[in-house]
Design a protein around this ligand. Structure first.
Ligand code: CO
Length: 212
């Protein structure tokens, strides 16, 4: 119960395997990290960032929370974005939601789960703003899936409107913000066509939302 031996055993096997394929792998990584991507995703155990996109340690900087929410008042998330943009100089920020998100469903159903209710309240706000569109969908699963998509687009907008990203664009630092969604049922990623690379393009998020 206290030692989790299996996980340490797995770790030894993994590290040995990586070294066998490339003996310099950990030495190189220990020097510095230089990821091109910041991933903002859901904490859901079925959506592990590196594995889904086939990237090794060192290749993607990751922030995950329940329902992949980006709030300007969240110092944790904003610090991750600031460090990734200003220090690591990532060129891509990927907000990746997923179909079947429990946080989004709880928001949709107004479930009472505890402290997390305060957090997913932000997804309820997205649902409230898109109420008409969501109510037009008769099927509950389709409504759930659509709210997962709309939540991603809302969080993409929040990333784009952050002073960190706005300042990066103002100094012409190459930086693209993407909105993706992952399907836990088939392992496939889908691009929500909300790639924003400058202040001028922010309106495209709304257009992407209408196109889907
Ligand atoms: Co989720």
């Amino acid at each position: 119960m206290r030692l989790l031996d299996k996980l340490f055993e797995n770790n030894r096997a993994w590290a040995d395997g990586v070294c066998a394929a490339d003996p310099t792998f950990f030495h190189k990584l220990a020097e510095q990290q230089a990821p091109d991507y910041l991933w903002i995703g859901c904490s859901d155990s079925r959506v592990p960032a590196n594995q889904i996109v086939g990237l090794d340690p060192g290749e993607v900087f990751v922030h995950r929370n329940v329902a992949n929410i980006v709030l300007h008042a969240d110092l944790n998330c904003m610090s991750v974005i600031q460090f990734a943009v200003d220090v690591l100089k990532v060129e891509h920020i990927i907000v990746c939601g997923h179909y079947g998100c429990g946080g989004v469903r709880a928001a949709m159903n107004d479930d009472r789960l505890g402290l997390v209710d305060f957090w997913i309240r932000h997804v309820r706000d997205v649902a409230r703003r898109k109420r008409e569109e969501l109510l037009a969908l008769q099927d509950e699963d389709r409504r759930w899936a659509r709210l997962c998509e709309l939540n991603v687009l809302d969080q993409v907008a929040n990333v784009c409107h952050s002073s960190i990203v706005q300042d990066a664009w103002a100094r012409e630092q190459p930086l693209a913000v993407h909105g993706w969604i992952y399907d836990v049922a088939d392992g496939r990623l889908r691009d929500l066509n909300a790639c924003i690379t400058s202040r001028r393009e922010i309106d495209a998020i709304t257009k992407a939302a209408q196109r889907l």
